[in-house]
Design a binder for this molecule. Structure first.
Ligand code: RP5
Length: 164
């Protein structure tokens, strides 16, 4: 199975990124995690991205805050799909990172999730791998059914409490 590569701009992003790691683990999807910064270690970030396909990765996730150029810098060096997580880590509450991550020029897309949306970043990565992996696709279908059942159970509880 292809791996998911997770890169974060700083270890201070780790509490957010852990939600992506947990989601990938819950689907038994292999991943590798690194701290590489677009600004502080641009060579290492670029080299990781450039070699990612031959190193067995199928999707890359890049998490960064503030003037978040990591996802874009990674996307510049690979044709693998890149998912960006804008992290809330500054006075601007993550809006800075959101705009820096999402506003990519034509030709270099970054699939940007919500501010701190690490769980969805992982789910999107799993969905991308699921396109060519029926076992992953089946697990995704199972999760959707479970999530729907959980909402309906909450509705049933509310019906009893408020409308009963
Ligand atoms: C970004 O700057 C990182 O992704 C992090 O969100 C933010 C602050 O980094 P540290 O100063 O905590 O290392 O590049």
């Amino acid at each position: 199975m292809k791996k998911v590569g997770i890169i974060m701009g700083s270890d201070s992003d780790l509490p957010i990124v852990r939600k992506a790691m947990d989601m990938l683990s819950s689907f038994n999807v292999p991943y590798e995690v690194h701290v590489y910064s677009a600004h502080r270690t641009p060579d290492e970030a670029g080299q990781f991205a450039a070699a990612a396909r031959e190193n067995g990765f199928g999707v890359l996730i890049a998490a960064a805050g503030m003037a978040a150029h990591l996802a874009g810098a990674v996307a510049a060096r690979t044709s693998l799909p890149v998912i960006g997580i804008p992290c809330k880590s500054s006075a601007l509450d993550g809006i800075d990172a959101l705009l820096s991550t999402v506003q990519m020029p034509t030709g270099v897309p970054v699939a940007t999730v919500a501010i701190n949306g690490a769980a969805n970043a992982a789910l999107l990565a799993i969905q991308i791998l699921g396109v060519s992996d029926p076992e992953i696709a089946a697990r995704l279908d199972e999760k959707k059914a479970k999530d729907a059942a959980a909402v309906l159970a909450k509705d049933a509880a509310l019906q009893e409490e408020l409308n009963g």
